[in-house]
Design a protein around this ligand. Structure first.
Ligand code: SF4
Length: 224
């Protein structure tokens, strides 16, 4: 059995309590990491159930399904985009269209696999015509992402695009100027970079996106 961080356990227990669990029986000082994974999955499944019927903003009207997220529930690094696109809305997974393929390619080029990380969006429902979500829509949906972050507990959040940056920083982000910046956010490190969809339109920026992704992975695994 592995040791694990007590603070992590406290956070998980607090979230379970908030989600309505009344009793948690622990017969040991700690749980095996397999158990932690099961609990994380359970908690995320509950959030997924909530978002599938969520009508808190108008984006529910045009969705096929809400898209929670995908990947390693113990990831040290989480990639966060703005909202599902057409393919994501169809398949129920984030970053599975052309932008997702580019993201996968650059992660692989850095010597890693997409499955090592967790991928999600600020808004869980596809905006009509793939428009940018409004600030109000992002603010309404943000608590779901916050819960995901609490459950998965990565140390680094790589924000893909100005819109994701704006949702976290609460102000407009000039991504061409601010990309590559490392910002402290609560107990996490935020790293801003381009959205892969932007790079598909501006292929000369692919190397820059690659370097930012590589850096985010290095910071997640070895620290700043
Ligand atoms: S985008 Fe978020 S807040 Fe809006 S309906 Fe979908 S799940 Fe609910």
């Amino acid at each position: 059995m592995e040791n694990f961080n007590n603070e992590e356990l406290k956070t998980h227990l607090k979230i379970l309590q908030e989600l309505g669990f009344e009793e948690i029986i622990l017969d040991k000082e700690y749980l095996p990491s397999e158990e932690i994974l099961k609990e994380k999955k359970k908690m995320l499944d509950l959030i997924n159930k909530e978002i599938q019927v969520c009508t808190k903003c108008d984006l529910h009207k045009s969705r096929t399904q809400a898209v929670l997220g995908d990947g390693n529930l113990n990831a040290k690094l989480m990639f966060i985009g703005e909202a599902p696109g057409e393919e994501e809305d169809k398949q129920g997974k984030p970053f599975v269209g052309r932008a997702g393929k580019l993201l996968n390619k650059l992660i692989q080029k850095a010597g890693h696999k997409r499955e090592e990380f967790y991928i999600a969006n600020i808004c869980k429902c596809r905006p009509p015509g793939n428009r940018t979500p409004t600030l109000e829509e992002m603010e309404t949906c943000f608590p779901y992402l916050k819960k995901q972050i609490e459950i998965i507990n990565p140390s680094v959040l790589c924000l893909l695009g100005a819109t994701a940056g704006m949702a976290f920083l609460g102000r407009k982000v000039k991504i061409t100027k601010e990309r590559g910046e490392v910002i402290k956010w609560q107990d996490k490190i935020l790293l801003l970079t381009y959205h892969p969809a932007y790079v598909l339109r501006n292929p000369k920026e692919e190397e820059t996106l690659f370097n930012d992704i590589k850096r985010a992975i290095e910071v997640a695994y070895t620290g700043l």
